[in-house]
Design a protein around this ligand. Structure first.
Ligand code: ADP
Ligand code: TPW
Ligand code: MG
Length: 586
């Protein structure tokens, strides 16, 4: 801005013109970054472009770590995993239209899984969107997001940004956690305010995730039922892992002697190999337990929705923060609605004045069954150890002792057989160390979750991926390399979705629908980005490679050559397939 007087020469004049002062100004982007920092956000995952590139630069400059991805879906998976592991919402930043929608798949998946995250997306100018006039990347993003996420907000004015961020944060973590969408319009990001006015907008929100203690009578009802149980069991879900109630669960188990069964991502909340672990006794619990505590686990398809093998006489005590979860599939005899920490504290307290009346044969029976099943299972891991190429079990036989002697390594896992067999093979001994495709059984979470886990915790990560599963997110292996993260990706290559022996029944040269590339060298993909890579064909080579890779704390990729006929259709959930392949005729 010119500071001389207008009109040219002022020669001869003795007066120096006063330098005008202007108030310091800030943009919507400044305010957004500061609002995020005020609520404690220190990391952002995303992929930039108009209108959020400068926002990412600014966030980075102001001390928010920005982890840039190759695909928004994976950035979203990273944010979701960050939220699950830290209990603070992970943040995803996307551009408008397709970038928004790519990210929304992850935000929706986070909502389904009860992971707290916030997707912040730039969106185009409102008026031409509303009149459908064909503006740049025009999409009514707020209304697309609504219905797919836990909450969705739009912010149009810079002065509303701090409130919008606090609302998004609270919605993501309070009650049942989930994905929140925050739409920030291009004009709002670029709008200018006087800094002095903006300064007045910020405040430190009080009690962002309030405790929600259960009602006393609900706890007493549950405690009476538990005390009277002959064959009780606790099913631990990932809600318990998220709520960090491992010490309360340990206390409940230690003081009552009730056996426990963990859902997939709750493995390790209490040790899988603990004396009261009934990990191998799922069917017996379903058929015989008379009282089952659901601790942060939904009675959804993963537990046969409370039907199928379940005894019709089993009574459920459900500890959950969401009252609408109760009775959703089957009558719940004793609902305890509240946050798990408060509910478990109250239940432990109530049990201290009650005596258990457990059948003395219940736990020893489960323990004998566990011993027998484990011995049988062990033979499966070694039965084909000398056969080349390996099958899933042989490869897992090599991996099991290495993962179990590195309990602090976080395991990420997706695939069909690769998922099911890994879950069944590798015992976990620490909470929040197993992240998988979870409630929706989706493929395409691997690289994102591995990045999120490594960034959020600083710990080493091993991602065990089916070859198909890896394909959904494989390009973001480059993000692991670019950020030099301590992540090892292990690819089980059996050449296909479920296996590599699918047959094209039309007899043309096209591959079968399930067929991928059994001879692909995924290790060379890792070479392209400077990772340490291995191609292994024997259990010995796999052991050596994985041991080295974990110790290196560097990006590594291990291509594990499996036999094309290793793995069955749909892994362990083939029963959900409407038609078996052999029924198809041409
Ligand atoms: P899993 O797949 O391991 O069985 P789910 O995702 O189905 O676990 O269930 C998790 C449950 O935990 C959800 O019903 C959710 O409402 C509940 N939950 C999440 N956080 C808390 C918490 N802090 N306190 C109580 N329940 C919680
Ligand atoms: C987004 C359907 C379920 S499991 C799977 C697919 C494609 C891959 C199984 O093959 P993989 O493992 O990973 O090689 P393995 O060991 O059995 O050979 N699209 C999405 N999600 C799902 N679940 C699918 C498709 C599917
Ligand atoms: Mg496969």
């Amino acid at each position: 801005m010119a500071t001389t007087t207008s009109g040219g020469c002022n020669c001869g004049s003795k007066e120096t013109p006063a330098t005008p002062t202007y108030p310091e100004q800030v943009t919507g982007m400044d305010i957004l970054v500061r609002a995020l920092k005020t609520v404690g956000i220190d990391t952002m995952y995303g992929l930039v472009g108009i209108p959020v590139t400068e926002l990412a630069y600014l966030a980075q400059a102001r001390g928010i770590r920005f982890v840039g991805f190759r695909h928004e879906q994976q950035a979203g998976m990273a944010a979701a995993t960050h939220g699950y592991l830290t209990g603070k919402p992970g943040v995803l930043l996307t551009v408008s239209s397709l970038g928004f929608m790519n990210g929304l798949t992850a935000t929706t998946n986070a909502t389904v899984n009860c992971y707290p995250m916030i997707q912040i997306s730039g969106s185009s100018v409102r008026e031409p969107i509303d009149l459908e006039q064909g503006t740049y990347e025009g999409l009514d993003q707020l209304n697309v997001a609504k219905g797919l996420v836990k909450a969705a907000y739009r912010v149009n004015k810079p002065e509303d940004i701090p409130t919008a961020v606090v609302r998004a944060y609270r919605a993501a973590i309070s009650g049942r956690p989930g994905g929140v969408y925050l739409d920030v319009t291009t004009p709002c990001l670029g709008a200018i305010m006087d800094k002095a006015d903006a300064d007045k907008l910020f405040y430190q929100p009080v009690d962002l995730c309030p405790a929600m203690p259960p009602a006393a009578e609900a706890v007493a009802r549950a405690a009476d039922m538990l005390a009277a149980a002959k064959k009780p069991a606790i099913i631990i879900g990932k809600g318990a892992a998220y709520a960090r109630v491992e010490s309360q669960l340990k206390q409940l188990v230690d003081t009552t002697g009730i056996p426990y069964y963990p859902m997939s991502m709750a493995k390790g909340v209490l040790p899988d190999t603990g004396a009261l672990s009934a990990l191998s006794c799922r069917s017996t619990i379903m058929e015989e337990a008379d009282v089952v505590i659901l601790a942060g686990a939904r009675l959804n398809w993963l537990l046969s929705r409370g039907h199928g093998k379940w005894s019709p006489d089993t009574k459920f005590i459900q500890l959950d923060i969401d009252p609408t979860e109760i009775d959703c599939n089957r009558a719940i005899a004793a609902p305890v609605v509240g946050d798990l920490a408060s509910s478990l504290d109250a239940l432990i307290d109530a049990m201290s004045t009650r005596k258990m009346s457990m059948d003395p044969t219940w736990v020893p029976g489960l323990q004998a069954q566990t011993k027998e099943k484990n011995a049988k299972f062990a033979t499966r891991l070694t039965a084909n150890a000398a056969v080349e190429p390996m099958d899933h079990w042989t490869a897992l036989g090599a991996i099991k002792p290495i993962m179990e002697s590195n309990p602090d390594v976080i395991l990420v896992n997706e695939g069909a057989n690769t998922l099911d067999d890994t879950r069944d093979t590798i015992d976990m001994s620490l909470p929040r160390h197993r992240i998988d495709c979870a409630t929706w059984a989706i493929m395409g979470m691997g690289m994102g979750s591995a990045v999120g886990a490594a960034v959020a915790t600083g710990k080493s990560v091993v991602a065990i991926e089916g070859d198909s599963a890896f394909g959904f997110s494989g390009m973001d292996f480059s993000t692991i390399c670019r950020f030099n993260l301590p992540v090892t990706v292990v690819i089980f290559n059996n050449g296909g979705i479920y296996n590599g022996i699918g047959v094209n029944m039309a007899g043309t040269s096209d591959p079968a629908p399930t067929t991928l590339d059994v001879r692909a060298r995924y290790d060379k993909l890792g070479d392209a980005f400077g990772a340490t890579t291995y191609y292994v064909t024997t259990p010995g080579e796999l052991s050596k490679a994985l041991t080295e890779a974990i110790a290196s704390r560097k990006p590594c990729l291990i291509d594990v050559q499996l036999a094309a006929d290793s793995g069955k259709e749909s892994g362990h959930i083939g029963y959900l397939n409407p038609a078996a392949l052999e029924k198809i005729t041409v």
